[in-house]
Write a protein that binds this ligand. Structure first.
Ligand code: GLN
Length: 483
C-alpha cells in the first residue's frame, strides 16, 4: 500500500481493495519500523485510527472528498488541537496546542488522516534539521547524511514512504531544500496563498506553508486543500484558487524558461550542473524555449535575508517568556531571572544566535545601516524577478549547492550552513512561488531542479513539473531498504 501515490490510494480505497484503517495501520507500522530515521516527533496513533474509521464510514456513503482516508503528517510547526506542537524546540516540548492551524483544519475537513507531527529545525531555523531539540533526521538515501532543513522530518518521511504526503513550511528554502536532498517534490506557494494562522511564526513576512509529496500531481491535490483566503490571517490573499489538477496536462510547447547566469556560474558543482542541463534539455524536447537571463541582485540575497529573518524572529520569539506557556525554569528568584533562565535554558544555540543578530540589527543606531538597508536590497531583488518575468514564464536553477552532506559536517560553521540557502532565499524575499522536483542523482544522492514562477502561478509550476514527471522516473525511485 505504501508504494502508491495519493491518486492511486484514493482509487484503491473507493474500490475497497483495503480500508483507510488498514492503510493507516500499514503506515503506522512503517513509522515504528523506521523510527531510527527520527522523522517524527509525535505519532498520533489513536487519533489516526479514529479518523481512519470515520473516513471509512464516509467512503462507504459515497461522495467523500478525494483526500478522505489518506494518511498524511504535519510539520510540527502547525498547531494541532490537543496534540503536542513543539516547533522542534525544548521551549515548546510541553506545549499542547489549544486550537488547530487553518491548514490542519482544512485537512481535517477534507477527510485526511493525520499520522503525527514531523521533526524540524528548532523554530524552522536551519538548513539541515540538525538544530532540532529532538536531534537530526537521517536522510533515507544515506543515513549518515542530513535530510535537509528545516522541513527535514517531512522530506524524509515521504522519501521513506512513512506518509504518502506531508506539509512543510518555507521561510528561505525549507520546503525545497529538504525535498531536493531527499528526492521528493516540494512546493513553496506565493506568500499569502496558504494561511499562516496557527503556523508558529519564525519570520512573518517570509514564512509560507506548502505541500511535500511524491510527485507534482499529489502536490497539486494537497495545495488544493491548503490554499485559500483565511479571515484569521491578515496576510492571506483573497484571490480565487484555481483547479490545480485541470492544468497539469497542459502542453509545454512555447514555454519560455529563463536561466539566470548567476545560478549557473562556475561556483555550481559541475556534476549538479550536468544533471540540471539534462533536465533542461528534456524541457526543450517537450517544446520549451530556453533563454539566458541576468539577475545581478541575487548575490545580495543571503546577507539581506539573514538580517530580515533574524530581525523578525527576534520580535516573534519574544513571546516565549516563561510566563504564559512553554518552558519555565525552576525556582526563579525574580522576574528577570525567570525571563533570562527560561529563555537561556530552552532555546538552542542557533535560535539564540538569530535573536542576538536580530536584536542588534533592529537597535537604535543600527536600524538604518542593517534592517532598512536589507529591506532596500529586498526590493531590488523583487525588481530583478519582475524584469525576468516580463521576458520568461518560469525560471529554472539549482535548489542546493550540493547533495546531502554528512550529519555534523557543517553544524559548527553557521556561515557555511547559511550559504546552502544561496539558490532558495531570494524567492522568499520576493514572495514568489517555487518548487523542487527530483531531476537525477549525483553519487547515488538525489538532485533537485528548482522551478520558480510568477506570483500566484502555482498551477503553471505544477503543470511544468508534472509534464517532466510524465517523461522521467527520478521521482519514482525509492531509497534502498525502504521499498
Ligand atoms: N535555512 C534558512 C534559515 O535557516 C531557511 C529556513 C526556512 O526556510 N525555514 O533561516
Amino acid at each position: 500500500m505504501h508504494t502508491k501515490t495519493i491518486t492511486e490510494l484514493a482509487k484503491s480505497l473507493r474500490a475497497k481493495e483495503f480500508s483507510s484503517v488498514e492503510l493507516t495501520h500499514a503506515y503506522l507500522d512503517r513509522i515504528k519500523q523506521y523510527s531510527e530515521l527520527n522523522s517524527f516527533i509525535t505519532v498520533t496513533e489513536e487519533q489516526a485510527l479514529t479518523a481512519a474509521n470515520a473516513a471509512d464510514k464516509a467512503l462507504s456513503l459515497g461522495n467523500a472528498p478525494l483526500l478522505t482516508g489518506i494518511p498524511i503528517a504535519q510539520k510540527d510547526i502547525f498547531c494541532t488541537y490537543g496534540v503536542k506542537t513543539s516547533c522542534g524546540s525544548k521551549m515548546l516540548d510541553n506545549f499542547i496546542a489549544p486550537y488547530n492551524a487553518t491548514v490542519v483544519e482544512k485537512f481535517n475537513q477534507a477527510g485526511a488522516v493525520m499520522l503525527g507531527k514531523l521533526n524540524m529545525d528548532e523554530f524552522a531555523m536551519g538548513s539541515s534539521n540538525e538544530t532540532s531539540f529532538y536531534g537530526a533526521v537521517q536522510n533515507p538515501w544515506d543515513i549518515n547524511t542530513v535530510a535537509g532543513g528545516s522541513s527535514g522530518g517531512s522530506a524524509a518521511a515521504v522519501a521513506a514512504r512513512l506518509a504518502v504526503a506531508v506539509t512543510g513550511t518555507d521561510t528561505g528554502g525549507s520546503i525545497r531544500q529538504p525535498a531536493a536532498l531527499c528526492g521528493i517534490t516540494g512546493l513553496k506557494p506565493t506568500y499569502g496563498r496558504v494561511s499562516r494562522y496557527g503556523m508558529i511564526a519564525y519570520a512573518s513576512s517570509l514564512d509560507q506553508g506548502g505541500p511535500m509529496a511524491r510527485n507534482a500531481e499529489d502536490a497539486a491535490l494537497l495545495l488544493q486543500a491548503m490554499a485559500g483566503f483565511d479571515p484569521k490571517d491578515s496576510t492571506s490573499v483573497d484571490a480565487p484558487v484555481p483547479d490545480y489538477q485541470e492544468s497539469l496536462t497542459n502542453s509545454l510547447a512555447g514555454l519560455k524558461i529563463g536561466l539566470p547566469k548567476q545560478f549557473f556560474s562556475a561556483d555550481l558543482n559541475p556534476e549538479i550542473a550536468k544533471t540540471l542541463q539534462a533536465a533542461i534539455a528534456e524541457y526543450q524536447r517537450l517544446g520549451a524555449e530556453v533563454k539566458e537571463i541576468s539577475m545581478p541582485m541575487l548575490e545580495y540575497a543571503i546577507p539581506a535575508y539573514y538580517v530580515i529573518a533574524s530581525a523578525e524572529c527576534s520580535a516573534n520569539l519574544s513571546r516565549y517568556d516563561g510566563v504564559r506557556f512553554g518552558y519555565r525554569c525552576d525556582n526563579p528568584q525574580d522576574l528577570t531571572d525567570l525571563y533570562t533562565r527560561s529563555r537561556g535554558e530552552a532555546f538552542g544555540a542557533e535560535v539564540k544566535r538569530r535573536i542576538l543578530m536580530g536584536t542588534y540589527a533592529l537597535s537604535a543606531g543600527y536600524y538604518d545601516a542593517y534592517y532598512l538597508k536589507a529591506q532596500k536590497v529586498r526590493k531590488l531583488i523583487s525588481d530583478d524577478f519582475k524584469r525576468a518575468f516580463s521576458e520568461v514564464d518560469v525560471i529554472m536553477g539549482p535548489v542546493s549547492p550540493s547533495t546531502a552532506f554528512g550529519i555534523g559536517e557543517k553544524i559548527a560553521d553557521p556561515i557555511e550552513m547559511y550559504l546552502a540557502d544561496i539558490y532558495t532565499i531570494a524567492i522568499n524575499l520576493a514572495g514568489l512561488p517555487a518548487l523542487s522536483i527530483p531531476a537525477g542523482f549525483v553519487n547515488a544522492m538525489p538532485v533537485g531542479l528548482q522551478i520558480i514562477g510568477n506570483y500566484f502561478d502555482e498551477a503553471r509550476l505544477l503543470n511544468v513539473a508534472h509534464q517532466y514527471q510524465q517523461e522521467t522516473d527520478w521521482h519514482k525511485q525509492t531509497p534502498k531498504g525502504f521499498e
